[in-house]
Design a protein around this ligand. Structure first.
Ligand SMILES: [Mn+2]
Length: 288
């Protein structure tokens, strides 16, 4: 990783001791089953980030003003179980949630999310999770076992029952059957496109006061984010995702976030990395 940082900030704006926002790179892809490369995601996102303006064009603020530090990456573990333990221990070590600092976990595959949610749920009893994803990820196990990326949200449900899924358009019959009582908490791209206002109401209704946000870049239409492990057609667009984020961040207390499954295509196609970096900037802007 050779110490790449988010943005090229002056020292006083990227000091881990004082920054409100702490970016934690987790280059892990232990259970990927289709296109690989997400292990290179964090470094690629950080590498393009200094091409961005520090001024947000919507809210008209310098989103770096409260400080954004990039922490050392977590070295990948050999097994999904070890990786879970390693991420959980690191989050506990930094104690983000008790100290009121805002972690942004930069994956890596989606299995990096459950240990962070576990640590957050220990501090916030009513924690809910807002997931942006093409996939439900609710299988109890998959190739790679119970800690597979395809079981990420099933493992999240081990720590909180409050889960809202936006942009989901791919799930198995079993996932649908097992969780059919919760299907009203899935907002498909079709629902969001046909009725954004109604979808926002349902999203807010399903969330508690304290919210953790997890974003799989495959929630976007693959034409907008082609560099990902499992591109699914018919995804959300930039205005839809940022519109939902803006409303949720203005209404709830967001305690942290992650952005996962960026898998760089290489060469000159940095569309996905750039979108990911901009999305991190938006999360910071909306929660500043
Ligand atoms: Mn996904």
């Amino acid at each position: 990783m050779n110490g790449k940082k988010f943005l090229n900030l002056p020292a006083e704006r990227c000091d881990p001791e004082t920054a409100r926002y702490l970016i934690l790179p987790v280059p892990y892809e232990g259970t990927v089953c289709f296109l690989n490369g997400t292990i290179k995601g964090p470094e690629a996102v950080l590498a393009v980030s200094d091409q961005m303006e520090h001024f947000d064009e919507e809210l008209l603020i310098d989103f770096t003003r409260r400080g954004i530090a990039t922490l050392p990456p977590i070295p990948p573990a050999d097994t999904p179980e070890e990786e879970f333990d390693r991420i959980y221990a690191t989050v506990k070590h930094y104690d983000f949630f008790r100290t009121g600092r805002f972690p942004i976990i930069l994956g890596g595959e989606h299995s990096v999310t459950p240990p962070v949610v576990r640590a957050a749920a220990e501090i916030y009893e009513d924690l809910s999770v807002l997931q942006f994803d093409a996939h439900a990820d609710l299988r109890d196990s998959y190739t790679g076992g119970r800690y597979s990326h395809a079981s990420a949200m099933r493992r999240v449900l081990d720590w909180t029952p409050h889960l809202v899924q936006a942009g989901v358009r791919s799930f198995s019959e079993e996932e649908y059957r097992d969780y059919h009582e919760q299907i009203f908490r899935i907002l498909t791209p079709k629902m969001i496109t046909e009725n954004l206002h109604g979808s926002l109401e349902r999203i807010l209704y399903g969330l508690t006061e304290n919210v953790y946000i997890t974003i799989d870049v495959d929630v976007f239409d693959p034409s907008l984010a082609p560099g990902t492990g499992t591109p699914e057609p018919g995804g959300l667009n930039w205005q839809q995702v940022t519109g939902i984020l803006r409303k949720v961040c203005a209404t709830k207390k967001i305690v942290g976030a992650d952005l996962v499954e960026t898998a760089p295509l290489g060469g000159r196609n940095v569309i996905t990395e750039f979108l990911a970096a901009r999305l991190i900037a938006k999360i910071i802007t909306y929660t500043s």
